[in-house]
Design a protein around this ligand. Structure first.
Ligand SMILES: [Zn+2]
Length: 99
């Protein structure tokens, strides 16, 4: 009771935007909303940091290191978690990165 953040989970929406943001696909006014939300939400900042690390790993893999089993498992995990929206926006570049 009395928790300020008891009004549902707007975070869900922003979590879905993380991949778009990392892929430089998030446009105004969503970009501003996203940044505003992150400024006030430590959990989403952590989610962003985690996804960013993941993307950097994918890029490293693409740069010549062969993707480890661990990385593939994480790709599959993320794809499983992803919504259809993110799948549509993100699956092409994820495939590009791991191929
Ligand atoms: Zn949040």
């Amino acid at each position: 009771m009395g928790k300020l953040r008891s009004f549902g989970a707007p975070c869900d929406k922003y979590r879905r935007w993380i991949f778009l943001y990392l892929d430089d696909q998030l446009r105004e006014p969503r970009l501003c909303q996203f940044k505003d939300h992150l400024a006030g939400c430590a959990e989403c900042r952590m989610a962003l940091a985690d996804r960013r690390r993941f993307v950097l790993e994918l890029r490293a893999a693409r740069a010549g290191l062969s993707p480890s089993m661990d990385l593939r498992a994480r790709v599959e995990e993320i794809l499983r978690m992803a919504t259809t929206f993110v799948m549509l926006a993100g699956i092409a570049w994820i495939r590009r990165l791991i191929r």
